[in-house]
Ligand binder design. Structure first.
Ligand SMILES: *Cc1c(COP(=O)(O)O)cnc(C)c1O
Ligand SMILES: [Zn+2]
Length: 467
């Protein structure tokens, strides 16, 4: 497939601006209005299958890397790169797992809950879906270095693609302190140049933009519109696993809002292409300590409004945050973000999918995480926000028990073992030190290790007592 520049291009998100840019440009914002960019297609001039079922046929050709990849199997729906430039490491071999145990916890009928486990990706989070796409774009335009600021998973993913392909050097910016060891260890192990900036994520983000511009380094943060193209495929795989039946709800944690924005774009395009006849509703779950979207959308009532967004209201909100020295704070480090870069795109997704936004506490997140762990799979804290959110939405009557719900488990259980061990620990000091400071008071589903003397009789008794 040869792609001409008018078949795939970049376009300003704002309909009233609508400026377009060549697919070969590396941009992080519209040059006219500073808005976000979309990757856009002229579908009439591209070969799009007449039915989603067509994609299943690719599986019989899975010895070909582009058919095996859970992202590039859907290349026809993200046709911005020529096949020979695609960089894939077999991402997207993920799993949609039914879970009646977690369904019961949430308050859903048996058979109605599915967990989309994106922790199965090569670097252990959904970020690989987007990274293969951004990396492919970077490679297509000849980049030699790629950079990102990250709370951990984006950097792990970038470092992996650089390490495996050797096509680029990874330059990673992290804040001091707030990164889980699982994620930091990945960046180091994959050989990325890792810069630990004194400051938090927002500070690191600010610097990486400056440095990328000055040194001409390709930026893969989620302002990058190509990443979102890859992340659309999470929804294609959900539909595929449900035999192309659209579920009632998709529930996803909200951080920088790249995922939710990508999901909205995926459904918007499938509808436009006539490949589905209805879209699911979208529920985006913020952590209560990082709830900008919740505040702006649910409390202040801000809406997409056909692209005519009241930008001043957002600016006012951020000024208020600054004035109060308000910093994001949650145990769910992957969504510990107060200035979500994809906010405007996310408003479009909420519009397309008749969405809702809720917030959950760290207590609710960790209890939900323990339930996900106890019923298989497991996930990192941020991922469990989706399950905690679904439970809340059920108890509020927004989601009915008979509805079919898919919760996205965004990251692997082993990403953040510190939180998991602290939750299950018997050591009250350890619990207080790590979780108490986050307002977590009890561990309802703790599975405590049983302390037992190194003595055969005592060990036997301990097993009998506890089984
Ligand atoms: C990045 C990340 C999120 C947040 O996703 P956004 O697209 O930034 O909203 C949630 N969970 C995990 C595990 C992540 O790595
Ligand atoms: Zn613009």
């Amino acid at each position: 497939m040869a792609i001409s520049t008018d078949q795939a291009f970049q376009r300003c998100l704002s309909p009233s601006c609508g400026a377009t840019y060549d697919i070969g440009e590396a941009r992080t914002a519209c040059g006219e209005c500073d808005g976000l960019l979309d990757v856009a297609y002229d579908w009439d001039r591209l070969p799009v299958p007449s039915s989603l079922k067509e994609f299943e046929k690719k599986w019989s050709r899975r010895n070909e890397p582009l058919c095996k990849s859970g992202v590039w199997r859907f290349h026809d729906l993200l046709p911005f790169a020529p096949p020979e430039k695609i960089v894939t490491i077999g991402e997207g071999q993920t799993l949609l797992a039914p879970s009646d145990g977690v369904a019961q916890y949430i308050g859903l009928n048996a058979g109605q809950l599915f967990l989309q486990y994106e922790g199965m990706n090569p670097s252990g989070s959904f970020k690989d879906n987007g990274m293969t796409a951004a990396f492919t774009h970077a490679h297509t335009i000849g980049a030699k270095r790629a950079a990102c600021a990250s709370t951990g998973n984006t950097s792990a993913s970038l470092a992996l693609y650089c390490g495996v392909s050797k096509l680029m050097q990874a330059v990673i910016f992290i804040g001091s302190g707030k990164i889980s060891y699982g994620k930091l260890s990945q960046a180091l192990d994959y050989g990325a140049l890792t810069l630990q900036i004194s400051g938090d994520f927002d500070d690191a983000m600010h610097r990486v933009r400056q440095v990328s511009e000055q040194l001409g380094i390709y930026l893969v943060n989620s302002v990058n519109p190509f990443r979102l193209e890859g992340q659309k495929t999470i929804m294609y795989r959900v539909l595929e696993s449900l035999d192309w039946e659209v579920p009632d709800w998709i529930v996803v944690p909200g951080g920088n809002l790249g995922n939710s924005s990508a999901f909205g774009k995926a459904f918007m395009e499938l509808k436009e292409l006539g490949l589905i006849d209805r879209v699911p509703r979208l529920a985006i779950i913020n952590a209560a300590g990082a709830d900008t979207l919740y505040q702006l959308f649910e409390v202040n009532g801000q809406r997409w409004n056909g692209g005519d967004i009241d930008r001043a209201a957002t600016t006012d909100y951020y000024e208020e945050l600054d004035k109060n020295h308000s910093r994001a704070s949650t145990i769910a480090s992957a969504i510990e973000i107060n200035r979500p870069v994809n906010y405007q795109k996310c408003l479009r997704a909420l519009d397309v999918c008749d969405g809702v936004v809720w917030e959950v506490t760290d207590q609710q997140i960790l209890d939900a995480k323990a339930q996900v762990g106890a019923h298989g799979l497991g996930c990192e804290p941020a991922s469990a926000a989706s399950v905690a959110g679904a439970k809340l939405l059920c108890s509020e009557g927004v989601i009915a028990p008979s509805e079919r719900v898919v919760c996205i488990l965004t990251g692997h259980q082993l990403k953040d073992p510190t939180a998991t061990v602290a939750y299950h620990t018997t050591d009250q000091d350890e619990f207080n030190r790590i979780l108490g400071s986050r307002g977590v008071q009890r561990a309802e589903f703790a599975n405590r290790a049983v302390a037992v003397a190194n003595d055969l009789e005592e060990i036997v008794r301990a097993i009998q007592l506890n089984s």
